[in-house]
Design a protein around this ligand. Structure first.
Ligand code: DGI
Ligand code: FE
Ligand code: FE
Length: 199
């Protein structure tokens, strides 16, 4: 499917109507950052990254019960991490809502939305771009963000992914939150592929 700028504007308006103002501002920055990263690393996928950006948090304001219900209805796999933390489903459910609203199916957008919170061992370039854009958009402020921005824009997306995973796992451990095994699997896959941060 070829996406027009007019279609993007419709998706943007839908996304805006579904999010509180502060979150929508974050979404706008994610779209911009995803587009910048795509220009560098995957110029053919700029529009796909932008659309995934508009959709990625469209379900974030839904209550846990709605996330679980909609996910079940759509046949999305719900395992222990999602039962414990239904918030983890907001990306996958956002895609389901958008695809129903606009009558399209696009696995590139589906996986980018689905994996944007936890990552996954089998991420595409587009998935990585949206994951990183969500983490490093200009409104984000945490100690490692400058280094992740540097890696993502100037060095290598996989190194940026490894740094992000290390940062997020550390954050989740410090806050004694459960860690989705997909994030650990992603860490292992990156190491196995030879990605390193040190030396
Ligand atoms: O939706 P956003 O706030 O823009 O960002 P996000 O979709 O990356 O969600 C961030 C939240 O998700 C943040 O509070 C950390 C949490 N999170 C990320 N990975 C995991 C996780 N929480 C749990 N319990 N387990 C995870 O693996
Ligand atoms: Fe999110
Ligand atoms: Fe987000």
């Amino acid at each position: 499917m070829r996406y027009t700028p007019e279609f993007e504007q419709v998706v943007r308006a839908w996304s805006k109507a579904r999010q509180k103002e502060k979150r929508f501002k974050h979404t706008e920055r994610v779209v911009q950052t995803a587009a910048q990263l795509a220009e560098i690393w995957s110029p053919d996928e700029v529009m796909v990254c932008r659309l995934a950006g508009w959709i990625h948090d469209a379900a974030k304001d839904l209550p846990d019960s709605d996330l679980l219900h909609l996910a079940r209805e759509a046949g999305i796999e719900i395992r222990e991490p999602e039962v414990d933390t239904p918030m983890l489903l907001h990306g996958a459910v956002g895609y389901v809502l958008a695809s129903a609203e606009f009558g399209f199916e696009d696995d590139r957008i589906r996986t980018a939305c689905t994996y944007h919170t936890t990552g996954s061992p089998d991420m595409s370039l587009t998935d990585k771009i949206v994951y990183l854009a969500d983490l490093i958009e200009p409104g984000r402020d945490f100690p490692s963000v400058g280094e992740i921005r540097h890696l993502a824009f100037q060095v290598d997306l996989d190194q940026a992914m490894l740094f992000s995973v290390v940062h997020t796992v550390r954050y989740l451990m410090q806050h004694e939150k459960p860690i989705d095994p997909r994030m650990i699997e992603l860490y292992n896959v990156l190491l196995k592929a030879g990605v390193r941060l040190l030396g």
